[in-house]
Design a protein around this ligand. Structure first.
Ligand code: SF4
Length: 98
């Protein structure tokens, strides 16, 4: 998972397959999404996967279909959020999963 910005999915506390539910497995998709939304690296993860759109699975709380629907303006918002998230972590204001 998320090798460039390891987060909640790489702590070893969860089965990595959770982030690869089959289409239509709504409960499984929502379970992965909930963990992503609480992940301290969510925005950087989402910015990265938007730059690598061939990836399957739930990344940054989004499904592949949801990522395809993200427009340029929203992508710019995500990149700004990712930059702020990184700054908070560098300042020691964000907790990184252990
Ligand atoms: S946002 Fe989700 S997929 Fe990305 S690092 Fe965090 S838990 Fe993993």
């Amino acid at each position: 998972m998320a090798a460039s910005h390891p987060g909640t999915c790489t702590t070893g506390r969860y089965d990595p397959e959770m982030w690869f539910p089959l289409p239509g497995q709504k409960d499984a998709i929502e379970a992965a999404r909930d963990l992503c939304i609480a992940c301290p690296r969510r925005w950087r993860c989402l910015a990265d996967v938007l730059a690598n759109p061939q990836r399957d699975g739930i990344w940054g709380g989004t499904t592949p279909d949801e990522r395809k629907a993200i427009n340029r303006e929203t992508r710019e918002d995500i990149e700004r959020a990712a930059a702020k998230e990184g700054a908070r972590e560098r300042e020691g204001l964000a907790t990184v999963p252990a």
